[in-house]
Design a protein around this ligand. Structure first.
Ligand code: CA
Length: 454
């Protein structure tokens, strides 16, 4: 269903509609460079932690009462917790490509791999003298040419495919089974060692060895993604949970939380906590796949999960803590996205932005003040045959074939249960027009870049 625009009434209703957008449409004044903290001589370190397939509300501080995440809850108290933070896609590779480049995945990803000519956060900071490392799951191209060390990381330990057994370090999904653990460009063996422990160990070493040099540490953790292999102590902690899928999800998330705690403790021990920006988010919503026991993640009050453009696929926990630079213990309800992190990091570190069109926006103003206007008048997604446009509290979820289209009022209906397109024809027409403008432009750019979605 596509609702035709009534051209006579459209301009008036559009003006009326825009007036309701209030501060969302206000031009964002040039945001001041955020304070540099106590040590003005040394730019801040950045730690970017990405969880894998964590549900939208699978954290204590996001309302989960049946799992424990004391480390991340404390991180939220030491910084800002966003309640309407989105990733660019509900799947691993496109979400990661957008996160690392600040550019929509249709521009930055091609054939499942990060385009070699894209500029990642790591390249941006490496060029400014930062030490850089990636420990965990890359999943931005598994070919030899698609190496983290070719995308701005001084060092890498982890795997480039979508999942790995945590003890044998084999990829068992799709034959032939093969060993996939890599250090930098080379195969690396440490048979039997629990992979999350390896990541924690390497992260602590990297922080310890950084000395006086600023560093960027990217930790794309592989929990709670399948194969869900939390250690026995964490499963024991949740033995009272009858739902096996929830038990494994909770145990994996608490295990991850403890892992993050060790890394943050190393930062404290090194005297660098006050000079480090720590960010945490999930790459998208929880999995409902069989390998994840059908889905133990939670997204309530939202619906949807990994693979869908519903709020539960796209909306993720996002916490940022930077003592002395941004407020602590506050919440931000502004719509913001993972595309915004590259420009935000550039601002906070005083590093030059890559010389290209970005899809993200610096969040400096809303980090500083909850009364600052939203940086995004419009948010757009495409994934498979589905597309979304959202402005203020309105969201259209459409199908590229024109088979379905729904307008939701996220304020009244966060679970996306009531299609109100018929009652709001002018808003619907306006948003369809805006989506069509956006898709034409972004796909033109993407095709010029050689985009293919294979
Ligand atoms: Ca994922």
């Amino acid at each position: 269903m596509v609702l035709p625009a009534n051209s006579t009434s459209f301009s008036m209703s559009r003006r009326q509609y825009l007036s309701t957008m209030g501060r969302a449409t206000a031009a964002l004044a040039a945001a001041p460079l955020l304070g540099r903290g106590a040590d003005a001589a040394r730019p801040p370190n950045v730690i970017l932690i990405l969880s894998d397939d964590q549900g939208s509300t699978d954290l204590g501080c996001y309302g989960a009462h049946d799992l424990q995440t004391p480390v991340l809850d404390r991180l939220a108290e030491e910084g800002l917790r966003f309640t309407r933070f989105y990733v660019n896609a509900p799947a691993c590779s496109p979400s990661r490509a957008a996160l690392l480049t600040g550019r929509h995945f249709v521009r930055s990803l091609s054939g499942g791999s990060l385009r070699p000519d894209e500029i990642t956060i790591a390249e941006m900071l490496q060029g400014a003298g930062y030490r850089t490392a990636c420990f965990g799951k890359w999943h931005l191209g598994h070919e030899d040419s698609m190496e983290p060390v070719a995308q701005g990381f001084d060092e890498f330990l982890g795997f480039k495919v979508g999942a790995m057994d945590n003890y044998s370090h084999f990829f068992y999904y799709g034959g032939p089974n093969r060993h996939v653990l890599r250090r930098n460009r080379e195969p690396y063996r440490e048979d039997g060692v629990y992979f999350p422990d390896m990541v924690t160990r390497e992260a602590k070493r990297f922080i310890r060895d950084s000395g006086d040099a600023p560093f960027f540490l990217y930790l794309p953790l592989n929990q709670p993604h399948y194969p869900m292999q939390p250690e026995p102590a964490y499963l024991d902690q949740y033995q009272h949970v009858d739902d096996v899928s929830r038990r494994y999800q909770a145990a994996s998330i608490t295990s991850m939380d403890e892992q993050i705690g060790q890394v943050l403790q190393q930062l404290e021990d090194q005297g660098q906590r006050e000079n480090t920006i720590v960010m945490f988010l999930s790459d998208h919503g929880h999995s409902s796949e069989e390998r994840a026991f059908g889905g133990g993640g939670r997204s309530a009050p939202f619906t949807g999960h990994k693979g869908t453009l519903r709020e539960g696929g796209l909306r993720v926990p996002f916490i940022i803590s930077a003592p002395g630079r941004i407020p602590a213990g506050q919440i931000r309800q502004h719509a913001a996205t993972s595309l915004d992190l590259l420009p935000t990091i550039a601002n906070m570190t005083g590093v030059q932005l890559p010389d290209r069109e970005l899809d993200g926006t610096d969040l400096a103003a809303i980090l500083a003040s909850e009364s600052a206007p939203s940086p995004h008048a419009q948010l757009n997604w495409v994934y498979g045959n589905s597309w979304v446009i959202s402005e203020v509290h309105w969201k259209i979820l459409g199908d590229a074939k024109g088979d379905s289209l729904a307008l939701y009022d996220l304020n009244k209906d966060p679970a996306e249960q009531h299609n109100v397109a018929a009652e709001n024809r002018e808003i619907t027409s306006y948003l369809i027009g805006r989506h069509n403008e956006w898709i034409r432009k972004v796909m033109q750019d993407a095709n010029a870049n050689g985009y293919n979605d294979g």
